[in-house]
Write a protein that binds this ligand. Sequence first.
Ligand code: PGA
Length: 254
Amino acid sequence: MSRKYLIAGNWKMNKTATEAVDLIKEINSSVGSQTTVQVCVCPPFTSLAKASELVDQTEVILGAQNMSAHPSGAFTGEISAEMLRDLYVGFVILGHSERRQFYGETNESVNKKVLAAVDNNLKPIYCIGETLEEREAGQTLEIVRSQVREGLENFPANAIDNLVLAYEPVWAIGTGKTATDEMAQEVHADIRKVLVEMFGDSAGASVRILYGGSMKPENAAGLLSQPDVDGGLIGGASLTSRAFSGIVEAALSA
Ligand code: PGA
């Protein structure tokens, strides 16, 4: 089965709603009308409403960076799946390492969000990855396997086509250090094996696994040429249309 590349921009806590307008317009005009590579932008919550209007009538899909596991109620400061769906958000990044590190998210708490997302027809981009310490201790595969197993516990097999994973080695995020093409491929192939164990062969063949961690136009082609790398989750390089579109171009010619 062939998997369509997905290039998703994780803007993190960058850009006001006013600034977001310019960037989205530029992305729309550079890569927003092609359908070969799926393109997703994930601005902060405050830009989603405006962004939703701007990507309407384009091929660009809107994503969010986090979501509450609860449907509604007394959860000050939180945003629900339904609120995202109402703005035509398609993807939601869940379990990003910054949320695990700074906001106490765990495989278990992220699992609740993943299940709430699919329940509401949102496509989770579930993030996993080892720290430098864990890599140096030779624990990479063990850590990533348990992140996959625990974070995807009870994931409904009939919604598997809505699942995206992002392998982001923590030591490569925002550091300029990228995993080599071979390092990425090794972990991606292992993740796919776990997916096959959990959900069967066809799920293993259809779920997209993105690489994230200092991906940029210069290194994207090599990473994307690996058989189990199905796209990228892009932080820093998603903040200019030139760099972000450059990565989409790399996917177009991969
Ligand atoms: P980076 O971030 O591209 O700036 O390394 C990736 C991410 O955290 O999703």
